[in-house]
Write a protein that binds this ligand. Structure first.
Ligand code: GLN
Length: 377
């Protein structure tokens, strides 16, 4: 058999973005900003290229960049990490997660995954010959049912994947969740893959509960980040992974023969731009304004908000509008209303009918306004 992933089709984000183009619909589906990124940062890339920084940098990442990442971690999360042995620059957060799973998984291992789950996790597990043990987050707050996690852990469980702020629901983990996680991970000697690509998009005065705040958890974790999400340049595909030295050593064995080393001029530019702390410190309040604006607009529609505190997505129930499946509903929204959303069933391995769709609010105010006007027609 050719296929290693026989059940997998084309990712929903590509499918829906393609549909948006075909129907000239407003794309609130795939998560990417439609407003420009910082010209200071694009100028820095240009400068790095002009200055001749166009050859391979170190496979672990440009040392100046990994040092500045370590300094940022110390400032934000009060944990000292050693840049040389604990930080690796990667071509995006998704790659970091894939590499971490490939580093630790052997055939027959099990990994606990919470559904709705970002669509790359389960294929990443299965391509490594391992099995995803799926646990549903508790509707409507999408909390982790820790009692069920304790029931599902087995001698084959190798790791647990967490994602806060959560894609697609926007749910954020609390300090109590981190304590539960630590107790279970330590009792069963589990690795943790922590997808924190929306680390700065935590709203309503809440603090992001990074694994990096918990040195005992970091000993067993691969923590994955994305510059694309932080600096509004998802197309740059650059991020990083932070781990304990012994784990990072193994991660790099996989990384060196896959990507080897990431885009050089972009790394020079990011190293410089990380000195501008306001650029990431203000991101939460800027994006909360967008979220609140979408909420205000949507309040005039029959969509029902499922409130959350993070990411750049909001989920809404359309149960008051239609009885269709979420996939049929988003198709109709695209064709008849000219607005694209993501059906939540795309984040479940087995068919679900929750009548919930995800909208991305990382958009210009006029985009959000026009989209909601179209929804109301
Ligand atoms: N993370 C983005 C989202 O959730 C999509 C990234 C992708 O298309 N692979 O919409």
């Amino acid at each position: 058999m050719l296929s290693k992933l026989p059940d997998v089709g084309t990712t929903i984000f590509t499918v829906m973005s393609q549909l948006a183009l075909e129907h000239q619909a407003i794309n609130l589906g795939q998560g990417f900003p439609d407003f420009p990124m910082s010209s200071e940062l694009t100028n820095l890339v240009n400068k790095a290229m002009q200055d001749g920084h166009n050859q391979y940098v170190h496979m672990n990442g440009l040392p100046l960049l990994t040092q500045r990442i370590a300094a940022k971690i110390e400032k934000l999360y009060h944990t000292a990490v050693d840049a040389a042995s604990q930080v690796t620059v990667t071509p995006g957060g998704t790659y970091a997660i894939y590499t971490a799973l490939t580093t630790i998984l052997h055939a027959g291992d099990e990994v606990i995954v919470f559904e709705p789950a970002y669509d790359s996790y389960i294929p990443n597990i299965e391509i490594n010959g391992a099995k995803a043990i799926r646990i549903s987050l508790q509707f409507p707050a999408y909390n982790i049912p820790w009692h069920e996690v304790r029931q599902q852990v087995s001698p084959r469980t190798k790791a647990i994947i967490i994602n806060s702020p959560h894609n697609p629901t926007g749910a954020v983990l609390t300090a109590a969740d981190m304590q539960e996680l630590q107790a279970i991970a330590e009792a069963h000697d589990l690795y943790i893959i922590s997808d924190e690509v929306y680390e700065h998009l935590v709203f309503d005065g809440i603090e992001h509960q990074s694994i990096l705040r918990y040195p005992a958890l970091l000993q067993r974790a691969f923590v994955c980040f994305s510059f694309g999400k932080t600096y509004h340049c998802t197309g740059w595909k650059i991020g990083y992974c932070v781990s304990a030295p012994a784990l990072m050593k193994e991660f790099r064995k996989v990384h060196q023969f896959n990507c080897f080393s990431c885009n050089a001029p972009v790394q020079y530019a990011l190293a410089e731009y990380l000195l501008n702390e306001d650029a990431y410190l203000q991101l939460g309040s800027q994006m909360q304004q967008k979220r609140d604006y979408l909420r205000t607009l949507m309040a005039a529609t029959p969509f029902e908000l499922i409130p959350s505190h993070g990411s750049y997505f909001e989920c809404y129930s359309y149960a008051a509008i239609s009885n269709e499946s979420d996939k049929d509903f988003v198709m109709r929204l695209t064709k008849e209303k000219g607005v694209v959303a993501i059906p939540l069933s795309a984040f479940y391995k087995e068919a679900t009918d929750n009548k919930v769709v995800r909208f991305c609010f990382a958009k210009k105010a006029e985009t959000l306004k026009t989209a909601v006007e179209k929804l109301m027609h």
